[in-house]
Design a protein around this ligand. Structure first.
Ligand code: MV4
Length: 445
């Protein structure tokens, strides 16, 4: 087992990782930017190293600065958390060249899933269902029009370097093709410096259902069932739950098997998530694979009663999996509490939290790094807490969440709490009738 893990991250996930390390008897190193010097991850870690100024590019995203911290503290492993360098193949490579274990998959596995055309080709070979579309890159408008004509409109153009909705455009008819392709390419170029595009049939009003998997260093891959993340706004998830209200045991089994095939096809090591689009007929299609621990991992933890960070560290250290899959025994929902003003288009609302009281009680979990007096910096992600509730049934879980949200006191900044309070009373949400189009039709009162 590792002796000392350096956590290349900040906020709630850095704290979350430190907690598990302590329980496992592993020493921890925090890294921090100057604006985070009073953060709890700095206080709770055994050692802490300042790695630079607030700008991420000069601190949490700086490979040389993080490697310098590894060097001076003699850490034998690095946990990247989510965001920042967690899916950076170069970072994984530098760690391995330096002889420090990157807690996650190899650089090659990250690269294979990072390029969306390569990922899709890999899935086709592995016989994982994918959305019908172009065979790789669409090189011209003329070629794209021909393919779109064959598969039928609407179609969606996607950037091969993309993910998370950037460089994506829906095309409803051939007349719009050229202008939409130009827009998607311009956006992809600006975001990724790569304007390569591919094309797919557009799945109308899909659900976003993802399967959590874990692979060990000996070729074994198991699944930990699904999460439903259909409630998103501009590709930012707001609510996640497990199990999905739309997934029955039969579909879970089929999707679980497909996700395992996906993982095995690249010899996947570590925790990962295979994202699928699910249509109203329960057809499912591979969308992307995330090669990191995700924000919403606690909903899975709550329903299968396992610590995913612990499992992640164990496989990274070379432990074997037993080979069994995990199935939900409870229902869990996570609400993301962001420092945002929901009445002003979810605009960021950084500043000092003047008072903070988090909800408590049976079945209530709050993962957060903030406290009364904490100043939310404007430099990073706006998420300040995750409220996770669990109960025997979805209905009870929603009631518990509504109660817990009413107990949340956060003063000094605006948060997404009012959005969630309204959602927990929404007729369609209560029925589990949610697709990725839900928020578009949702009106905040
Ligand atoms: C799609 C789609 C419909 N059909 N692909 C959005 C983010 C990126 N990961 C892929 N996305 C989508 N791809 C086809 N062929 C609809 C979306 C999509 C979406 C997917 C998941 C969650 C929220 C979404 C919101 C809008 C569009």
């Amino acid at each position: 087992m590792f002796e000392k893990i350096l956590i290349a991250n900040r906020g709630e996930i850095a704290l979350r990782i430190i907690r598990t390390c302590k329980e496992m008897g592993i020493k921890t190193v925090a890294v921090y930017s100057t604006v985070d010097k009073d953060s709890l991850h700095v206080r709770f870690a055994d050692e802490a190293v300042c790695i630079g100024p607030p700008a991420s590019s000069e601190s949490y995203l700086s490979i040389p600065r993080i490697m310098a911290a590894v060097e001076i503290t003699n850490a034998d492993a690095v946990h990247p958390g989510y965001g920042f360098l967690s899916e950076n193949a170069n970072f994984a490579e530098v760690c391995s060249e330096y002889g420090v274990k990157f807690i996650g998959p190899s650089a090659d596995m990250i690269r294979q899933m990072g390029d969306k055309i390569t990922a899709k080709e890999t899935m086709i070979k592995a016989k994982v269902p994918v959305v019908p579309g172009s065979d790789g890159q669409v090189k011209s408008v003329k070629e794209g029009l021909k393919i779109a004509d064959k598969i039928g409109y609407p179609i969606i153009l996607k950037a091969t370097a993309g993910g998370g909705g950037k460089g994506m455009r829906i095309v409803n008819n051939p007349d719009d093709f050229e202008s939409q392709m130009n827009k998607a390419q311009a956006e992809a170029n600006a975001s990724f410096g790569n304007d390569a595009m591919y094309l797919e049939k557009f799945v109308v009003e899909p659900r976003h259902v993802e399967i959590q998997i874990i692979g060990d260093q000996y070729g074994r891959v198991v699944h930990l069932s699904e999460r439903d993340c259909s409630i998103q706004r501009r590709h930012q998830k707001l609510v996640e739950e497990a199990p999905s209200p739309f997934v029955d045991a039969k579909l879970r089994d089929k999707m679980g098997k497909a996700a395992i095939k996906a993982g095995k096809s690249i010899n996947y090591e570590g925790v990962g998530t295979v994202e699928f689009l699910v249509d109203k007929f329960k057809n499912f299609y591979f969308m992307e694979m995330n090669t990191r621990i995700q924000v919403e991992h606690p909903v899975t933890e709550e329903v299968i009663n396992r610590d995913l960070i612990k499992e992640q560290i164990k496989v990274a250290a070379g432990e074997k999996l037993t080979g069994q899959n995990y199935y939900p025994t409870m229902h869990a929902i996570e609400c993301r509490i962001n420092a945002e003003d929901v009445y002003k288009d979810f605009r960021p609302s950084p500043g000092t939290i003047t008072s903070f009281h988090s909800p408590k009680g049976q079945g209530v979990r709050v993962d957060t790094h903030v406290y009364a007096g904490y100043a939310v910096p404007p430099f990073y992600d706006s998420m300040i807490a995750k409220l996770i509730c669990k109960a025997e049934t979805r209905e009870e879980c929603i009631k518990k969440m509504a109660r817990a949200l009413d107990e949340f006191i956060i003063e000094g900044i605006k948060t997404t709490v009012p959005f969630h309070q309204q959602l927990m009373k929404d007729e369609r949400f209560l029925k589990g009738n949610v697709t990725t189009k839900f928020i578009e039709d949702f009106e905040l009162k």
